[in-house]
Design a protein around this ligand. Structure first.
Ligand code: SF4
Length: 115
């Protein structure tokens, strides 16, 4: 199978927005990520557009989004200092909402880049 090569791809994983990544794809998945850091390489190689999971899970079981949001709210209200964590590959609007949520529930916020 011949490789599809995309030059100057942009990585949006951590926010640095590196735009000089060269991607090699075999038609189904990305197999090479030249100039991407380890986070970018993992993102390109392991995040797909495939639908792998249901819309929501509660204790590992499929659930409706409404039920999952309600359960999450219960956990947040009961927590002493919840951590709002992650936020890679999300929009500025989403980050703004996450900060508001952390403030609302008396929590703290961190991104994956602290790794
Ligand atoms: S994860 Fe790595 S390759 Fe991707 S934008 Fe951040 S620094 Fe660049």
């Amino acid at each position: 199978m011949s490789l599809i090569i995309v030059k100057n791809a942009t990585c949006t994983f951590c926010g640095c927005v590196c735009d000089d990544i060269e991607l090699h794809a075999d038609g189904e998945k990305i197999v090479e990520t030249k100039r991407a850091c380890s986070l970018g390489e993992s993102w390109f190689k392991h995040h797909t557009a495939e639908r792998l999971y249901p819309d929501a899970l509660i204790d590992g079981h499929p659930a409706t989004v409404d039920d999952a949001v309600e359960r999450a709210a219960d956990y947040l209200v009961a927590a002493d200092m919840p951590l709002v964590y992650g936020l890679s590959n999300v929009t500025c609007e989403t980050q703004r909402e996450a900060v508001s949520l952390a403030e609302l529930v008396g929590g703290v916020i961190d991104s994956h880049t602290s790794l």
